[in-house]
Design a protein around this ligand. Structure first.
Ligand code: SF4
Length: 231
């Protein structure tokens, strides 16, 4: 039994960066139409964990771009987190209703002249956005069912890495330091299992094997997931 416990020394950021590197490797194998300056998916409806939000805030500070945080507005809470939805799905329960959007999504405040101001530390939800065909303004991304399965699993893992933290829309997560809109944030849940259609289950396990085996701070990432779960 592990004697390691979650502590300030639990390398959550290194684990998150390992997840980002793994996703970048996956992304490199996909034939996508996405290119620099293509930002149809950069809306203010991006969801992320507070761990990811910390990286974004620090990057904005490093860049001397506090002004971006100042102009962010908290947004509505998501109806559920990735792992909450997965858990309800596995329990064969209905997820909470998503509230009807009060307005069309706006442009992400971190988008400047068609480019992301924090591209290197952009959240996983942005990294997994990809399309085989050019979307165009208001267009739909053309993905692939397998991409969706794998990307959902990665989003679930990212949430697990932030157990004890919160999840919400970018504007709220980045401004919650100012106690703005904290009620619009949801607690991160542990991985209840990976949700995948039967035809993808074996492939998913095989694909994620190298990620779980990636050594971070002396332990495989999969071991860290167990340690985080044990709390
Ligand atoms: S954080 Fe960056 S990549 Fe993500 S939606 Fe905003 S501008 Fe686009």
């Amino acid at each position: 039994m592990s004697t390691l416990k979650i502590s300030p020394k639990t390398p959550r950021r290194e684990l998150l960066r390992a997840l980002y590197r793994f996703q970048a490797g996956v992304e490199a194998t996909r034939q996508v139409a996405c290119a620099p300056g293509c930002a149809a998916c950069c809306t203010d409806q991006v969801f992320l964990t507070s761990l990811e939000g910390d990286l974004l805030r620090e990057e904005l500070e490093r860049l001397g771009r506090q002004d971006i945080v100042e102009r962010l507005e908290p947004g509505a809470a998501p109806a559920y987190t990735c792992n909450q939805l997965a858990r309800l799905c596995l329990e064969q329960k209905e997820p909470p209703q998503e509230s009807a959007p009060g307005r069309a999504p706006g442009v992400c405040s971190l988008l400047e002249e068609g480019r992301c101001a924090v591209y290197e530390v952009r959240p996983l939800a942005c990294r997994v956005m990809a399309s085989r065909e050019t979307c165009g303004v208001g267009g739909q991304a053309q993905g692939d069912p397998w991409w969706f399965t794998l990307d959902t699993a990665l989003l679930q893992i990212a949430e697990h890495l932030n157990l004890g933290g919160v999840y919400g829309v970018l504007g709220t997560v980045l401004t919650c330091e100012k106690n703005a809109g904290e009620e619009e944030l949801l607690p991160c849940e542990p991985l209840p299992g990976l949700v995948a259609p039967p035809e993808h289950q074996a492939r998913l396990q095989q694909t994620l094997g190298p990620l779980f085996a990636t050594v971070v701070a002396g332990h495989p990432l999969g071991h860290w997931l167990d340690i985080l779960r044990a709390g």
